[in-house]
Design a protein. Structure first.
Ligand SMILES: [Zn+2]
Length: 319
């Protein structure tokens, strides 16, 4: 009796173990299959993202090895993040004057302007308020020096080759020679013009600016005058021209101004502060202010009807 009972017990136990074993195998198999599917699709989407990023990196000038290293070191969230950016980046990289360093700033203006305009605005810095992130000018004696509200001349900078144009007004030699010819040729048409304000020292500009602030307040002063170090007059390459000693917008309606508009570039001069580009130059319209940049640059600026800032982006690599 006792033995029979044990036999039955063992028989059931084997059946139970067999059943459990089959169940476990089934569960493991199912689980594995599910998992495999998951990681397969994940791998696939990863590979696509990586590939896309890699091809953009190649477009940006990285070689294959570099692109591989960069991509290998990026987390998935990095990849997704860049992928979003690259939606726009692929449009931007094909544009002239694009610089990857400025990408975040481009994107912040992206909805407001078309891409070319965005790049120009950012590269010329005007997405930032005037007088912010001011750079010290390293090469002040360069004839193509850019002086504006983002680029400042050193307090001590005085050009070494200042000569008199007329009436105690000075410019650098090359600019002065061309200015004299320009004035003479304008006068030979029967019109009158005179040099009104040429080279100005840092300290004199400081006085001028402070005078403006006292008289009209900071805001008006910033629109009409330059802070010391930010005036082109300190370069010895700028001249204010006048008929009767006054400097105001009415000069823009005179035949002298028309003649200068047609001819100044032939002497290497440009109208620096144009009427429709105040947002870019940071200065009010100044029909009397002429800047020497040499005939080659002046001709391009005249033909393309652009500001000096735009010229610097397009031809001098400013960004
Ligand atoms: Zn001026």
């Amino acid at each position: 009796m006792k033995r029979k009972k044990v036999k039955i017990y063992y028989g059931n136990l084997f059946l139970l173990i067999g059943f459990v074993l089959i169940l476990v195998i089934c569960v493991i198999f199912l689980f594995k299959r599910l998992n495999l599917n998951n990681s397969d699709s994940k791998k696939e989407s990863d590979t696509n993202n990586y590939k896309e990023v890699e091809s953009h990196l190649l477009e940006l000038g990285y070689n294959e090895k570099e692109a591989e290293v960069i991509v290998d070191n990026m987390s998935e969230s990095d990849i997704m993040e860049m992928d979003k950016k690259y939606d726009k980046l692929s449009e931007y990289v094909t544009k002239k004057y694009f610089h990857i360093e400025n990408m975040d700033r481009y994107l912040s203006l992206d909805k407001e302007y078309d891409i070319e305009e965005v790049i120009m605005r950012v590269n010329t810095n005007i997405d930032k308020p005037f007088y912010t992130d001011i750079k010290k000018i390293e090469d002040p004696s360069n004839l193509l020096v850019l002086v504006n509200k983002y680029n400042k001349l050193d307090e001590d900078y005085v050009p070494e080759d200042l000569v008199e144009v007329e009436n105690g007004k000075y410019m650098r030699r090359e600019a002065a020679e061309e200015m004299k010819s320009m004035i003479n040729d304008l006068k030979s048409t029967g019109l009158y013009i005179q040099a009104q304000s040429g080279y100005r020292s840092y300290s004199y500009q400081e006085e001028l600016y402070e005078g403006y602030v006292e008289k009209n307040g900071q805001k008006a002063a910033d629109a009409e005058s330059a802070k010391a170090g930010h005036s082109e007059h300190q370069t010895g390459l700028a001249m204010d021209l006048s008929i009767d000693g006054t400097l105001d917008e009415s000069f823009g309606d005179t035949p002298q101004f028309d003649w200068l508009s047609d001819n100044a570039y032939k002497y290497g001069y440009i109208l620096r502060y144009k009427k429709d580009k105040v947002y870019m130059t940071g200065y009010a319209y100044e029909p009397w202010h002429y800047r020497y940049v040499g005939v080659e640059a002046a001709t391009i600026i005249h033909n393309e009807d652009i500001t000096y800032e735009e010229y610097c982006v397009k031809y001098l690599g400013l960004y």
